[in-house]
Design a binder for this molecule. Structure first.
Ligand SMILES: Cc1cc2nc3c(=O)[nH]c(=O)nc-3n(C[C@H](O)[C@H](O)[C@H](O)COP(=O)(O)OP(=O)(O)OC[C@H]3O[C@@H](n4cnc5c(N)ncnc54)[C@H](O)[C@@H]3O)c2cc1C
Ligand code: FES
Length: 279
């Protein structure tokens, strides 16, 4: 995993662990130094403390930072996590005060948007996490429009938090119409681009969704950046379990999401080949 100069492996304390709807939960850790340094798009590998009897290095899981609201001694870093298996279930069972292994901040970041322009954020599922962090960090720099999509209202666990964000243009979209506009999140994005100027698109979610956003953005001549959330193995650039196909001036290649990403310019990715990959 690409290390930032402030990346460090450490045992930290859990500051909160709050259950949200739809199998999601909010996990907070206290890590003042990292909270001051972390940037949108970066991740942490989280696992059980190194000295705990049940510690298992293979259980370290990659998670995008949702926010780093605190500065100073209480510096808190927040994660939005969906329970899908053993690792995320263990994290969901933590209590404030429990110890946790945290390695980060790791990886590349979303670039700062052009000053005074409009940047579109498109998030689906847990992919909303790095985009919410973009919203928190970049809202004074550019006008941000966030499109947040899921199958049902329960798949939009950040909806209440977003409702408290004043001055933010948030468009909710659900496939069943239980909240916001009915349909796929990519539909209002395409409409918006036909009617409005926008410099950039930042996107994170299922690969199929990001492929469509890339196609829409490319045909409108917009620069699209995506954060990839492939399954990972070692998380250290060794096992090649997280590679994605790319194609650029230098020809075709495979890049490691953990070591070369997780943020990529979407135009570099071979989306057709990726759709045929078993990840
Ligand atoms: C760069 C990056 C950032 C991520 N950010 C977040 C985040 O902010 N919040 C969050 O909840 N999750 C995030 N993930 C996904 C998260 O790492 C996995 O859900 C987690 O590792 C699963 O661990 P587990 O032990 O609970 O599940 P496992 O027991 O390992 O797997 C359970 C099930 O989940 C599936 N699964 C495992 N990993 C993934 C994945 N990456 N994508 C899709 N399905 C998967 C497996 O195929 C299996 O069906 C991110 C992944 C990456 C690579
Ligand atoms: S997880 Fe990326 S190389 Fe092992």
């Amino acid at each position: 995993m690409q290390e930032s100069t402030t990346a460090r492996a450490r045992d930290v304390q859990v500051s909160r662990c709050e259950t949200l709807a739809g199998g999601y939960f909010l996990l907070g850790i206290t890590a003042p130094e990292a909270a001051a340094a972390v940037e949108p798009g970066q991740i942490f590998m989280l696992g059980l403390p190194r000295h705990s009897l049940s510690a298992d290095p293979l259980l370290n899981r990659p998670l995008s930072v949702l926010d780093a609201p605190g500065a100073g001694a209480d510096g808190e870093i927040l994660f939005l996590i969906k329970q899908v298996g053993r690792g995320t279930r263990l994290l969901a069972g933590l209590q404030p005060g429990d110890k946790l292994f945290a390695h980060g901040p790791l990886g590349g970041t979303f670039p700062e948007p052009p000053v005074g322009g409009t940047t579109i954020l498109v998030g689906g599922g847990v992919g909303i996490a790095p985009l919410y962090f973009c919203l928190r960090r970049f809202s004074g720099i550019a006008q941000l429009v966030l499109f947040y999509g899921g199958r049902t209202a329960a798949d939009l666990p950040l909806r209440e938090l977003l409702a408290t964000e004043t001055g933010t243009d948030v468009r909710l979209v659900t496939e069943d119409g239980s909240l916001g506009e009915r349909g796929l999140v990519t539909e209002p994005v395409e409409r918006f681009l036909k009617q409005n100027a926008a410099d950039r698109i930042y996107c994170c979610g299922p690969n199929a969704m990001m492929a469509v956003v890339h196609r829409i953005g490319a045909s409108a001549g917009r620069s699209v950046w995506v954060s990839m959330e492939n399954r990972m193995g070692c998380g250290m650039g060794v096992c090649l379990g997280c590679t994605i196909p790319v194609r650029d001036d230098r020809g075709a290649a495979m890049l490691r999401v953990c070591a070369d990403g997780p943020v990529f310019e979407a135009g570099r990715i071979d989306w057709e080949l990726l759709a045929r990959s078993p990840i």
